[in-house]
Structure formats: C-alpha cells, structure tokens
Design a protein around this ligand. Structure first.
Ligand SMILES: C[S@@+](CC[C@H](N)C(=O)[O-])C[C@H]1O[C@@H](n2cnc3c(N)ncnc32)[C@H](O)[C@@H]1O
Length: 463
C-alpha cells in the first residue's frame, strides 16, 4: 500500500476499525496518533476538506491498546474534563440549542467548575458572556449571574434563553404565527395579481444585498413575512431568535459549511454534502425550518423551565472594558454586593468574528453592530501586534471588573493559550495564576473537526 493510499478520513477510519470518529479525533488530540506523515509534514486533508489519518498508524496504536502496552491518557490532560461520554444532545440540552453559536463552551464544563468553586446564592460574572452558557448553568445551580457582551445579537440569544415565560402563551404564539406563515407559503404556489402586489410591498423595505443574494426567492419572502408578523406578539424576542435560527439554516450555503460559510457564491444546484454523505439540494424555502424549530423551541423552553431557579440573571450589552458594573447594578437586588467570582471564556486570538457569524440576523433585523469593539477578532489576525492588542484588551476587561469582585474571589478563565499570553494578561490585570487545568477539546457544541487543547486558568487577585 502506498503512503497516500493509507490515508483515510475520520469516518472511514472509524468504519474500518469499529471506533467512532470522536474516538479517533480524541487519539489525534492526545497525540496518540500523529497529524504528521513520515516526512514530518502535516498530513494533507482529503479533497472534501476532511481531516485524514494514517490507517496503518491507527491500527498499530489500537493493537497496542489491546495488548495493554499503551497508556490511554497522556500525562497532563485532566481525565474528567474531556467529557468524552457526554452526547451531542446533552451538550446542547434544553435552551443551549435555541440558536447555534460558534465558540460556545459546553454546560458540563461550566457545571464542573461552578460546583467545585461556588455555592448556591453566590454571584457569578461572565464578562464575555457570548450566548449565555454560564448564565443558564449558573441559574440552574441556584446562583445569581451577570453577563456582559458586546454583540447585541448574542445578548438577545442569552436574554431569550434565560428569561422566564408563560409557557401556554408562548406555545400559542409560536403555533399561531407558524400557521399564518404556512397559509402564506401555500398561497405562493398560485400567483395572482393581488399576491404579486403584496410581495412587492412586503419586500419594499428589504434593502439588504446580503439577504437578496443568499436566499432563494420563496425563502426570502417567507422569512420577511414572518418578520413582519412579529410585532403583533408578546414574545417578540423569542420569535426573532426562532426566525434567525430558521434563516441561518435557509441560507444557500452547503450544510457542512453553515457554521463558517467559506464559499463566495450561493450554492445553486445539488452538491456532495460532507455532513450528510450524500447529494443535497439547496433549500428553496424557510417555512420548513420554521416548522421544525417551532416545536423544538417550545420543548426546549419547557425542559429548562423545570430546572431553572428564580435567581437573578442580569445581562448588559456593552464593552467589558468600559461597563460600569456598580452603576448598572444600582437599582437591582445585587447592588451593594460584591461578586463571588468569574467563569468566562474570552475570544481566542484571531479565531472568530463574533458579529459576523450571525450576519444574517443583523441584516434581517438591523441590530446595530459593534464589531470594532470585539477583543481579538479574526479580522485582526494572529500577528504579534494582534497578540499584543489582545493581551491589553483582555487585561483591561479584568482591570475594569476586578474592583467589584471579592478579594478572595475565584476567576476561572477558559482559554486556548497556544501563544502563552495568559501569564502576561494575569500580570497586567493584577491577578495570580493559582492553578491550570488542561483539557482535550474533542467535543464542542458546534462540530468542527480540528481537535485542540484548552487550559482553564484559576486566578485570584494579588493581595
Ligand atoms: C468565546 S466567546 C464566549 C462564549 C460563551 N462562553 C458561550 O458559551 O456562549 C467570547 C465572547 O466575547 C465577546 N466579546 C468580545 N469582545 C468583547 C468586549 N470588548 N466586551 C464584551 N464582550 C466581548 C464576543 O462577542 C464573544 O461573544
């Protein structure tokens, strides 16, 4: 067998060896099998873009395990923090999947740390709140939570996840608006003069080139129709998030690329789908996604409702380097209370543009964008200068919030510190790194296939 022929994708390797693709990603992450060939070069990905491994190397490794001559866990990686047994549905349980979000950590990671370092009724801050995972999990564990986040759409997702609902009313609203949409969709099949006039009027204020490019004509009409119905309901923010989720799935983007679209042109004809391993047809409507997510949303809200506590959840949209927590909390039950600790995951240097990943929602609703205030965005890259700006930006956030945190408060920060910036960040912020936990990241909420390693820094204020 030539060297090239021996390279297989993870699903192929899984099929041949009787393991799962997750197992193999895990072996890669733990460096039990290599990402490099005999020449020391990075193994080329398959044409489809999927990671590949050497089948021979994998089989040798598996036979070593069978003979008991291999140590499964590479020294240094915390055995409990891989969460290898946690299924996809558990990682995205209840409200955590009301809307996808690239860069989320899993609730099980939050739970592990909150249960060890904090108690019910304490106050936890997440100054890089994202979609609110810390807030949801903290609330479930009877803790008060505060989140700060620069992206207005992320704040909307977190708000919708954490607010209490009148569930019968929510169900009725979601069902009714969906019924209106279904009738409208049906009417599109029989064009009339009246319908044509209505369509023209409906789309008159859809000025977005992005929306006009990335959706099939009927999908655009349906989403715009749903959008125009929202002001007639009580739970408008929830309906906006539900619609955004459907719109995300209705883009003319290949299924395997929905999280980070790479193509510059909409997909126009059936294509080979890496995700589903078959030919998929570009979606021509939005209604089917609304239908799927309507029932799913109600089910998720009901599930969280049975777990949630009545502790405070406060969300502030703004730049964590600037937000004045004392002033923001003044008229709330959390005023005059110091915060017990932080659990957060700042952006990784040059990895994600957090506003841009939800571009469809910004274009759909016209929310104001504050991209330029993101710390460490992808568009700034990973250069030395970008790293320096990142260090200063993250340190400014800690300097800004530390005065409101108890002297012995625990600051837990989840980071992929491949550039080893956190010692400098800690120093600049007036923090001491007390402990570091290393964890293998093979299972994320948004499936990517590049395994990596994360560090959770436990820090405390310097005396
Ligand atoms: C890694 S994500 C956090 C994800 C979160 N843990 C979750 O599970 O959803 C980092 C977040 O920091 C936000 N962010 C970046 N710069 C910020 C700033 N200056 N102030 C507040 N938030 C910021 C980004 O918009 C992004 O949502």
């Amino acid at each position: 067998m030539s060297t090239n022929l021996e390279l297989v994708t993870l699903p192929e390797a899984a099929r041949i060896t009787g393991k799962t693709p997750h197992n193999i990603r895990d072996y890669l992450q733990r460096q039990r099998i290599g990402k490099y060939n005999h020449q020391g070069e990075l193994i080329e990905r398959a044409r489809s873009g999927e990671l590949r491994v050497s089948l021979k190397e994998l089989q040798t490794f598996l036979s070593m395990i069978e003979q008991g001559i291999d140590k499964h866990h590479q020294a240094g990686l915390h055995p409990e923090l891989g969460f290898h047994q946690v299924s996809e549905s558990q990682r995205t349980k209840h409200v955590h999947r009301l809307h996808p979000y690239l860069g989320k950590f899993i609730p099980q990671l939050v739970e592990w740390f909150l249960s060890r370092y904090f108690k019910p009724n304490q106050v936890i801050l997440d100054p890089f709140m994202g979609s609110g995972t810390t807030l949801v999990q903290g609330n479930e564990m009877k803790m008060h939570t505060i989140g700060i986040e620069i992206s207005p759409f992320n704040c909307l997702i977190a708000q919708v996840k954490t607010q209490p609902y009148d569930l019968p009313k929510v169900s009725a609203e979601i069902l009714e608006i969906e019924q209106h949409l279904t009738e409208f969709s049906k009417s599109l099949a029989t064009p009339t003069k009246k319908l044509e006039q209505f369509k023209k009027k409906l789309l008159a204020d859809c000025q977005s080139d992005y929306l006009n490019t990335w959706f099939a004509p009927n999908a655009l009409l349906e989403m715009w129709y749903y959008r125009h119905l929202i002001p007639g309901y009580q739970y408008q923010d929830l309906l906006r998030v539900l619609l955004s989720r459907a719109v995300r799935s209705s883009r003319l983007v290949p299924h395997y690329d929905l999280a980070t679209p790479k193509q510059s042109l909409p997909v126009g004809q059936p294509y080979w789908c890496r995700k589903h391993q078959r030919y998929c047809t570009p979606i021509d409507n939005c209604q089917s996604k609304i239908h799927a997510y309507s029932a799913d949303t109600v089910r998720r809200l009901m599930e969280f409702d049975s777990l949630r506590s009545n502790r405070m959840v406060k969300i502030f949209q703004g730049d964590s380097r600037q937000v004045n927590l004392k002033r923001e909390l003044v008229n709330t039950p959390l005023a005059n209370r110091l915060i017990d600790g932080v659990f957060t995951s700042p952006p990784y240097v040059g990895q994600i543009d957090y506003h841009d990943q939800h571009r469809y929602a910004y274009e759909l609703f016209g929310f104001p964008r504050q991209d330029s205030l993101e710390v460490g965005p992808k568009k700034r890259g990973k250069s030395k200068l970008a790293q320096q700006e990142y260090v200063e930006g993250i340190a400014e956030v800690f300097q800004n919030v530390l005065p409101w945190i108890k002297p012995k408060g625990k600051i837990l920060v989840v980071a992929n510190d491949r550039f080893q910036l956190y010692p400098d960040i800690a120093k600049l912020s007036g923090l001491t790194i007390v402990e570091q936990f290393q964890r293998a990241v093979t299972k994320r909420t948004e499936q990517g296939d590049d395994p990596y390693q994360e560090t959770i820094f436990l820090m405390m204020k310097k005396n």
